[in-house]
Ligand binder design. Structure first.
Ligand SMILES: NC(=O)C1=CN([C@@H]2O[C@H](COP(=O)(O)OP(=O)(O)OC[C@H]3O[C@@H](n4cnc5c(N)ncnc54)[C@H](O)[C@@H]3O)[C@@H](O)[C@H]2O)C=CC1
Ligand SMILES: CC(=O)C(=O)O
Ligand SMILES: [Mg+2]
Length: 604
């Protein structure tokens, strides 16, 4: 399974189809006139052809000239570029929010054009609709709020959810991203303002996986907030009460999950940015009952694992050498522990060693330092990864990052702590003594200001031969003499879209460890040897649709193998099981929605 095969990089369909002449199928619309102009799904702005204006009662509601999609696209991009020029010299925050606003306005007005510009410019726009700017948007949500997007279920809705779910206007929903706002990126409890995260994640689903935007649903479960500043903010839009705890909390999530399942039994629910205790508890509670996964625990684990395997290859070593690596993980939360769980299984599988032997490679550090069995009140979730201090020469319970790095000289230093800058100059300099020929530094926390270190500092202090990855994007680093330090983006966006799409097309009712492992293996084998040896561990965000097609196919095939695939639409389980690997990739790719103006046909 863990053999590496370079998948033929398929051509970038999004680019080649940009303004393709193929005539799209008609789209039935049940409204007319101004109602269509105010519906972002159907609205074409000035792009409605004259015949359509007649058919739909739009004559006179628009200026007479018809503007082509290409012209509308260029007009938007020109406005975006002018905004960039006009905001030069202003603070990053002001510029980022201005960019988010202009994209959001388009999203609110004309979804087809919005998703087209997003797909075509994903590398440039992902940092605006996703991390890091989405973090800023969540922090400023009350002020930025103009119109609602998605659904809000609050503690006050207890007993009502089963009927409320029918308030959502779309008949079908494939993909739901759900948060309770309790751990938004590395920004902590942002209460109802965390809705920006499901919205951003689902935009990535549309751009990367071609999930039809009419069939997505961002959801906020507002059970209160423990963020005192928000509770005191007069303009805060969520419930002004402390978070529900214990059974009261779980009963709200249970009710929501039952309601979703009742209306859309096949919808996939992605849990996102829940604080650790609820992230693990809800995963445990629902994974065998509903089609769901936790992106921070499971999606992140696969992306990190692909990176760890990449670092073994970057050293010119075979994957079986994974078992000889020393890896320090800083952050024992949902993300860090998810990574450890999956990575330990992978080491054991690749090298044939026991889980215990595999565990010995990893050193776990949290806010109280090195996690050992000597710790009082050792968190049960972290306990399986705690070191026995008797086996650690020179290190003790609570040893600091710098002490651990100096002593262990790890191959990899991986941060999922949410604490900006904790890989300080001293820690990074200590990585120069790493036993690896190509030490790896993964500063995976988001958004940018919460990254454990910057890319520039990593290359400056740890040396030019490192492999570097961050959760939010950084520019590549100019090392002088024409050399460039490559910055990888190690973000779960490389996996969750494929996990969702592959599961959807398989028709599986569950998302199993096997399906998630297939996703991780696929990403791990995506990059060619030559790229890896140059420190390029992950593909460019530009090719995210290609990556997602491969990952989706891997997930689908795993579901077939586990006999969970029930098929989707006209394609049943037998047809799925007869597809070759390449045919599966093509099948997944051909099911990606692509934004074009469809002729609208009115039906009462
Ligand atoms: N790149 C990616 O794809 C992903 C990145 N993340 C990021 O990872 C971070 C953590 O997420 P979760 O694990 O869900 O959070 P969490 O709150 O569950 O865990 C944070 C962990 O960091 C530890 N920590 C806090 N201060 C520390 C310090 N000074 N030194 C060492 N450890 C410290 C805490 O003890 C805790 O174990 C967030 O910033 C999040 O944005 C999360 C998921 C995916
Ligand atoms: C990327 C992501 O899921 C996070 O930072 O929480
Ligand atoms: Mg997350």
């Amino acid at each position: 399974m863990w053999k590496l095969a370079r998948f033929a990089a398929a051509s970038n369909i999004a680019r080649s189809r940009r303004f393709s002449a193929a005539i799209p199928g008609p789209c039935i619309v049940h409204k007319r006139g101004a109602d269509i102009l105010h519906d972002p799904w159907f609205n074409k702005d000035t792009g409605f052809p004259l015949t359509e204006r007649d058919r739909l009662g739009l004559r006179g509601l628009l200026p007479p000239r018809v503007i082509s999609f290409e012209q509308q696209y260029d007009r938007f991009m020109n406005s975006f570029r002018s905004l960039e020029n006009n905001t030069q010299g202003q603070s990053d925050k002001v510029v980022s929010l201005a960019k988010w606003r202009i994209l959001n306005r388009l999203h609110d007005r004309n979804e087809t054009l919005y998703y087209r510009v997003l797909i075509d410019n994903i590398k440039e726009f992902a940092p605006i609709i996703y991390t890091p700017t989405v973090g800023l948007v969540c922090q400023n949500y009350s002020g930025l709020f103009r119109r609602p997007r998605g659904m809000y279920f609050s503690a006050k809705d207890k007993g009502e959810m089963m009927s409320m779910i029918y308030n959502w206007p779309a008949h079908e929903v494939d993909m739901i991203v759900l948060t309770d706002g309790s751990r938004i990126l590395g920004l902590g409890d942002l209460g109802v303002q965390g809705i920006g995260i499901p919205i951003g994640k689902l935009d990535v689903y549309v751009a990367a996986a071609g999930i039809n935007p009419q069939r997505i649903l961002p959801v906020m479960l507002d059970v209160g907030t423990n963020n005192q500043k928000l509770l005191e903010d007069r303009l805060y839009l969520g419930l002004r009460q402390p978070r529900l705890e214990g059974e009261e909390y779980l009963s709200i999530v249970d009710e929501f999950m039952e309601a979703v399942h009742a209306r859309w039994p096949k919808a996939i629910v992605q849990f996102e940015d829940f604080q650790m205790k609820w992230a693990f508890e809800t995963l445990e509670r629902y994974q065998k009952r509903f089609c769901m996964f936790n992106d921070d625990i499971q999606g992140t684990a696969g992306v990190a694992l692909a990176g760890l395997l990449g670092t073994v290859r970057a050293q010119g070593r075979p994957l079986t050498d994974f078992v000889n690596q020393k890896i320090v993980v800083v952050g024992a939360g949902s993300a860090g522990l998810g990574v450890l769980k999956m990575a330990i299984k992978a080491v054991a599988k690749i090298s044939g060693c026991s889980d215990l032997a595999a565990k010995s490679l990893f050193y776990l550090i949290d806010k109280d330092g090195l996690v050992t069995t000597d710790r009082n009140n050792l968190d049960p979730a972290a306990a399986p990864f705690a070191k026995n201090p008797r086996e650690l020469e020179g290190l003790t319970e609570g040893s600091s990052i710098i002490e651990v790095v100096k002593k262990i000289k790890p191959h990899v230093l991986l941060g999922l702590s949410g604490v900006g800058g904790i890989f300080n100059d001293e820690v990074l300099k200590a990585m120069r003594e790493s036993v690896s020929t190509k030490p790896a530094i993964f500063a995976m926390s988001n958004p940018t200001m919460n990254a454990e270190c910057t890319a520039i500092d990593a290359f400056k202090h740890a040396g030019e031969n490192i492999v570097f990855a961050s959760g939010s994007p950084f520019e590549n680093v100019d090392l002088g003499n024409g050399k460039v330090g490559h910055v990888n983006q190690a973000n779960n966006m490389y996996l969750f879209p494929g996990i969702g799409l592959g599961t959807l097309l398989s028709g599986s009712h569950l998302i199993t460890d096997g399906m998630l492992q297939a996703a991780a293996e696929c990403l791990a084998s995506y990059m060619a040897e030559e790229d890896i040896s140059n420190g390029v561990l992950y593909p460019s965000v530009d090719s995210i649709r290609d990556v997602t097609a491969e990952v989706g196919a891997a997930v689908l095939r795993a579901a077939v193998e586990e006999e969970l695939a029930e098929g989707h639409g006209d394609v049943g389980p037998r047809e799925l099981s007869h597809m070759s690997k390449d045919e599966t990739v093509e099948y997944v790719r051909s099911n990606m929605w692509y934004p074009v103006y469809s002729p609208l046909v009115h039906e009462k």
